[in-house]
Design a protein around this ligand. Structure first.
Ligand code: MG
Length: 234
């Protein structure tokens, strides 16, 4: 069965997300220290994590909206520090803007551009992310035909919504699509449930956690073109 469309997870599939997240958190913190003093000084990583978990418990509706969730957390932190509703609103926007600049300044894996260029000549390429990365802000932008974010679609992988959005947009049948991602549940189980072919990107070299395995697995994007060829060969 011919592969016509290849959909990609982004974080930890086309780049290592940790350095970008770390820079982003630092940029957000620096903004708060300067513009909303008293908000974050007494928090460390662990206490912020607890705070976020509490926000999450009270706002389950934000589960698929990572950006709104972060804005809500930032707002509540400032309210607790004594800032007014209006100050907290504008402060959340200000700090989040700083976060997002660094969050989207990702370093693609060294081989990614060459591989994506090669694939773009053969397949339609799409991005499906649960996060707030933007493929169109990276050097790989020109190779992508479409991109969906969970927060735009209203549901995160492994829910079928983003996969279905890719089918609707391309007009492809599930059997003509391969999804590539690092997360066994979100990417592999999710894509399998809608009938996509699956390629597990395991750059980190972890053990498969169990459950139905991906159709192919790769440890480096360089292996992807051959993996896609072999899927089409059956
Ligand atoms: Mg990922």
């Amino acid at each position: 069965m011919a592969i016509e469309v290849v959909t990609f997870d982004l974080d930890n599939t086309l780049w290592d997300v940790e350095p970008a997240l770390k820079r982003a958190e630092e940029a957000q913190r620096a903004w708060l220290l300067q513009h909303r003093p008293g908000t974050i000084e007494h928090h460390d990583h662990a206490s912020l994590w607890e705070f976020k978990k509490d926000v999450f418990r009270r706002h389950p509706e934000l589960a698929h909206h990572v950006s709104h969730f972060r804005l809500q957390t930032l707002k509540e932190l400032q309210r607790l520090a004594g800032y007014s509703e209006a100050e907290a609103e504008s402060g959340a926007k200000g700090a989040f803007a700083e976060f997002l600049i660094e969050r989207q300044r990702v370093d693609l894996y060294a081989e990614a551009l060459e591989v994506l260029q090669q694939l773009a000549g053969r397949y339609k390429l799409g991005a499906l992310t649960n996060g707030n990365a933007d493929i169109y802000k990276t050097d790989a932008a020109e190779y992508f035909d479409f991109a969906f974010l969970a927060e735009d679609v209203g549901a995160s992988k492994p829910a079928p919504d983003m996969f279905h959005a890719a089918l609707d947009l391309t007009g492809a049948k599930p059997g003509n699509v391969a999804h590539v991602g690092d997360n066994p549940e979100h990417d592999i189980a999710g894509a399998k449930s809608v009938g996509f072919h699956t390629v597990w990107m395991n750059q980190a070299g972890i053990e498969w956690p169990g459950g139905e395995p991906a159709d192919r697995k790769i440890a480096n994007l360089r292996e992807l073109p051959a993996a896609l060829e072999s899927l089409a060969a059956g």
